[in-house]
Write a protein that binds this ligand. Structure first.
Ligand code: SAH
Length: 658
């Protein structure tokens, strides 16, 4: 039996039957449809997972269980004709077509309608018709239908659909006034004007967008007549420039928070760096923050830390650290200026523990970190150094090219080095008391490097297994590092984190979570609750520093004006050019509520591909749940790099490079 057939049987057994679904016609239909043919190729291995999956146009293919429940609720008979709203991948249409005589399915995204039509044809379904259009208007030509199934959630049951239901017919539709959850309703038409409604439970669907659904551009709410951009204008704090902005109110909102996470919507926009520097300076001066932790490698950031403690010359000018692609992310003028400020600030402080420290959260420095651990041990404990050298010897052949390590461990020809690298970290932790006596700071540095090596080894080893998600390992490493910084700096220490929006904005409020991905923002919220303040950043247009491919040279690219259906577009329509928009303590509750329906959001990483922008850079998110505050620059500009970048050691974070 084939792999997918196996998975399909398991899915039926564990996800459907185990949950009490025993409708034989439905189970047979599901058993007959190759779900792997309906998911994007890079996700086929998840085709039978118990979850919705992302498809094109920011939509999803529903969770198998939901398709089964809805199909069963339709009580289909072989001679029935079914109308489906929301073709998506075409998967549910295929399941319906296995049972009913004819399926008429409508999809509002042309790209989805076209590909579903082709897919269904290729699979030999001759009883399915696919229409590109607004399903809330139904398909009058073929009405009435014995059954109607709606695969997207709207605020109410469209009257047109009620009318197109045959007497005796059943409609299954998710309905709800919020985009976050809906009630799954079954509506039976029992007479010309008589319907019986049943509640089948809570569900969560992508929005039903159309004439009798949510507005495509929900900017204008009929209820108040005030447009969303107008509401944002009235509930945000405007500013002319970064130097002039008054941050007192923001500091008040941050209050006693111990962690402030500052995002960015690209890795190459000067305004994001400079605003984060401005906020960080105030947090240091007015709120006693002493740690800055950034999305950079530990050893690189350590050079900056030494510099701002006066123990090393300016490393950015010496161009020592940040030599791996993408250099401009940290070796740029905005960061240089900020590190100079940090040094000046530290210079006049006597007590070591009140000085600001600068730390790197990332794990792409396997080789540099191994060297750092060995050189530390050689000085404090030559005997252990000898053992460590032998253990790291396992990884050394791949030190310059960890991705090769990732590949060789996939084959059984090479043994993985997990035990060895973990043993070194354990040795360091065991001898902590002894080592710390000599120099706590240097011990902390060495221990962090040993942690980087151990986690990087794991990261590379799982890189090619999507299941053991390497994205999650990376964000878990960053979170662990953050905890370790806080514990090193003491129980009262406060930290500012600089990372991309996609790391610091709560993953549970974005499409990432459908892929099983978490991030540091989510982990921080789970552990610290309201003690953490998450600030996202956004922009509409301008220029950005980014490459066109991995390891490629930095280019200054034009940022395309934002997508019609994005949060960015709404912010662009706000009369003020730059603003801070509080979301946790919204100035107007209505603004927050009106921002809740999911929209597209743009993420530019170290790569920017304007030609395929929608597929490459947009994802769905719920902004007010993702961030506690959002900072907007309508127009923004590329960072200025310090040196010509080198193209060594490319991290594999394709496709976003975040
Ligand atoms: N049945 C699909 C699930 C698709 S998700 C599957 O098995 O893959 C819901 C789909 O409804 C999305 O593709 C979305 O674009 C579509 N949709 C939303 N509003 C719509 C409308 N008014 N008319 C037609 N399709 C709509």
């Amino acid at each position: 039996m084939g792999k997918f057939e196996d998975l399909r049987r398991q899915m039926i057994q564990y996800q459907l039957e185990a949950r009490g679904l025993h409708d034989e016609a439905v189970l047979d239909a599901i058993n007959a449809v190759p779900r792997e043919a309906f998911v994007p190729t890079e996700l086929v291995e998840f085709a039978y997972s118990d979850t919705p999956l992302p498809i094109a146009a920011g939509q999803t293919i529903s969770q198998p269980y939901i398709v089964a429940v809805m199909t069963a609720a339709l009580e289909l008979k072989p001679e029935d004709r079914v109308l489906e709203i929301g073709t998506g991948s075409g998967y549910a249409a295929a399941v319906l077509a296995e049972i009913a005589k004819g399926v008429y399915t409508i999809e509002r995204h042309k790209i989805l309608a076209d590909s579903a039509r082709k897919r269904l044809e290729d699979l030999g379904y001759q009883n399915v018709k696919v229409l590109h259009g607004d399903g809330t208007l139904g398909w009058p030509e073929y009405a009435p239908f014995d059954a109607i199934i709606v695969a997207a959630g709207g605020p109410e049951v469209p009257e047109t659909l009620r009318q197109q239901l045959a007497i005796g017919g059943r409609m299954v539709i998710p309905v709800g006034s919020s985009l976050e959850t809906q009630k799954l309703m079954r509506i039976r038409r029992i007479g010309e004007n008589e319907y019986v409604e049943e509640d089948l439970g809570s569900v969560r669907f992508v929005p039903l967008v159309g004439a009798a659904g949510w507005k495509d551009e929900t900017a204008t709410a009929p209820a108040t007549g005030v447009s969303l951009p107008e509401l944002i204008e009235a509930s945000s704090e405007h500013f002319a420039g970064i130097d002039e902005v008054d941050l007192d109110k923001l500091l008040k909102r941050i209050g006693e928070c111990r962690l402030v996470l500052l995002g960015e919507a690209s890795h190459g926009t000067a305004e994001f760096y400079e605003m984060r520097a401005r906020i960080t300076r105030e947090l240091i001066e007015k709120k006693g923050f002493t740690c800055v932790a950034v999305e950079a490698d530990w050893p690189d950031a350590m050079h900056i830390d030494h510099y701002i403690h006066g123990t090393e010359p300016d490393p950015l000018l010496e161009s020592k650290p940040f030599s791996r692609f993408p250099t401009w992310m940290w070796a740029n003028h905005s960061v240089l200026e900020f590190t100079h400020w940090l040094k000046k600030h530290n210079d006049v402080i006597r007590e070591e523990d009140r000085k600001v420290g600068f730390y790197g959260l990332d794990l792409y420095s396997m080789f540099a970190s191994m060297e750092a651990v060995l050189s530390y041990l050689e000085q404090v404990d030559p005997e252990t150094a000898q053992i460590a050298r032998t253990r790291y010897g396992c990884l050394m052949p791949w030190a310059r090219d960890p991705q090769l390590y990732a590949q060789v461990t996939l084959t059984d020809q090479y043994r993985a080095c997990e035990k060895e690298v973990v043993a070194i970290l354990e040795d360091l932790l065991k001898k902590r008391m002894e080592y710390v006596k000599a120099d706590g700071y240097r011990y902390f540095d060495a221990q962090q490097n040993a942690r980087v090596v151990a986690n990087a080894e794991h990261y590379y080893r799982t890189m090619y297994y999507a299941e053991a998600n390497s994205w999650n390992l990376r964000d878990q490493h960053m979170f662990e590092t953050l905890l370790s910084i806080l514990s090193f700096r003491g129980p009262d220490s406060k930290v500012v984190v600089w990372e991309h929006n996609s790391h610091i904005g709560d993953a549970r409020a974005t499409q990432m979570s459908a892929r099983g991905e978490l991030n540091i923002g989510q982990l921080v919220r789970e552990k610290f609750g309201d003690q953490a303040y998450l600030i996202g950043f956004g922009t509409d247009h301008g220029t950005v520093a980014a490459a066109s491919e991995w390891g490629g040279p930095m280019e200054v690219k034009q940022v395309r004006p934002s997508h019609m259906q994005s949060y960015e577009r709404i912010c662009h329509e706000v009369p003020a050019n730059n603003f801070l928009l509080p979301l946790r303590q919204a100035l107007k509750q209505e603004t927050r509520e009106r921002l809740l329906p999911e929209r597209l959001e743009r993420a530019i990483g170290v790569i920017y591909l304007p030609e395929t922008e929608l597929q490459s850079h947009y994802f769905y998110a719920c902004l007010p749940r993702q961030f506690d505050e959002y900072i907007w620059f309508d127009e923004s500009h590329a960072v200025k790099p310090l040196t010509k970048q080198s193209t060594e050691g490319i991290p594999d974070t394709f496709p976003f490079g975040l």
